[in-house]
Design a protein around this ligand. Structure first.
Ligand code: CA
Length: 364
């Protein structure tokens, strides 16, 4: 089914390209539909925020360009049309046609959705892409969102994140006790069981909360985004790796009725453009993180540190327990977690002798 749509889209796109040349006749082009669509897209990100917010602006711009203006999408930043964490509901009930956010924001409503952003100590960027597009993940995701009248697409990835900013050193498991930290999703639940207090805040409120001491620590993304928020001016310890988000995928969600009104070539343009955003955003973050890390390493007020191994081991054990407990009471989590962890085990064996082995070798 997916393949048929994809091939149809390529044919239609070729037809559009031919129409762009003045000497060509468009009457026999593959794209018979001239109907135009104007959609609204709500997001969880500050408007035009580097990386996250620009990814969805790029999505809208590319779709409009690839469709020769037949599908125009107006993007709203978090809070401009609906609050940052109400994107899922707004698209589900059809108030808007499209949304861009992270599926782990739906924790508490659709717990199983978290597998499609990131699971602590789970799949990284490349592995998540592989699982969703080739390993059966997308089928599970679509089935999960079916009752909400949503069609999901993977649309963006930040790559492995940082563990976050802390106003004190984390030398042992005890240092997590009593820690008030902005950390969403399952990572937050893991912190809670390790003795901390997880808090969910939209991006725009993080800096002030950390600076005023309302929170002791925060994770956000990585050097690229964290520096643009000025988080290095609010706390001095910057820990890695981002165990809580090893390669989070973002989602583009489309209301089912809106999706069904699109002709197949526009559907293909949306699908292909979402994939292009995932690749593009990962490239942007890899570049931006490397640049911003240089700045942080040169900053005498910033201490970039690795979490102690025993702290990571402890958190990893809790992470697995959290998912197992969710699976025991939530059939959707049970259905998705089994193939997810089987895939993860297979990927661990593969990544050990490929990416990890290569990176270790390169540094010796
Ligand atoms: Ca994060």
């Amino acid at each position: 089914m997916k393949r048929r749509v994809f091939v149809g889209g390529l044919t239609a796109a070729a037809g559009l390209a031919a129409c762009a040349r003045p000497e060509s006749s468009c009457e026999n082009g593959a794209s018979a539909s001239t109907e135009t669509f104007e959609w609204s897209c709500v997001t969880s990100w500050p408007p035009k925020f580097p990386g996250l917010g620009m990814a969805v602006e790029n999505l809208a711009e590319r779709i409009e360009r690839a469709s020769a203006g037949r599908l125009k999408i107006k993007v709203y930043g978090g809070g401009e049309l609906v609050p940052p964490f109400e994107v899922f509901d707004a698209v589900s009930r059809g108030a808007v046609e499209m949304g861009h956010d992270a599926s782990y924001y739906h924790k508490g409503k659709v717990d199983a959705a978290q597998f499609f952003t990131a699971i602590p100590f789970g799949l990284n960027y490349m592995e998540l892409n592989a699982w969703i597009h080739y390993g059966g993940g997308l089928e599970l995701w679509r089935e999960l969102y079916e009752p909400f009248d949503l069609v999901p697409f993977l649309c963006g990835n930040t790559g492995v994140q940082m563990g976050g900013w802390f106003n004190k050193a984390i030398d042992s498991i005890d240092d997590l006790k009593g820690l008030k930290m902005r950390i969403p999703g399952l990572g937050g639940e893991v912190l809670r069981r390790a003795g901390g207090t997880p808090i969910t805040l939209p991006g725009a409120e993080i800096f002030t909360s950390l600076q005023t001491g309302a929170i002791d620590a925060t994770e956000w993304v990585g050097p690229y985004n964290d520096v643009s928020f000025g988080l290095h001016k609010a706390a001095g310890y910057y820990y890695y790796p981002g165990w809580q988000e090893p390669g989070p995928g973002l989602e583009c969600i489309i209301n089912r009725d809106a999706w069904n009104t699109l002709p197949p070539d526009l559907q293909a343009i949306v699908e292909i453009t979402c994939q292009s955003i995932t690749t593009d955003m990962a490239a942007e973050y890899t570049n931006g993180n490397a640049n911003s890390l240089q700045q942080l390493l040169a900053d005498p007020d910033v201490d970039v540190r690795e979490f102690p191994a025993d702290v990571l081991q402890h958190l990893k054990k809790i992470a697995r327990q959290v998912v197992e407990e969710m699976a025991a009471t939530d059939p959707a989590v049970a259905k998705i977690s089994k193939p997810y962890y089987e895939y993860l085990a297979k990927m661990e064996a593969n990544s050990r002798i490929s990416e990890k082995a290569y990176l270790d070798t390169r540094e010796t």
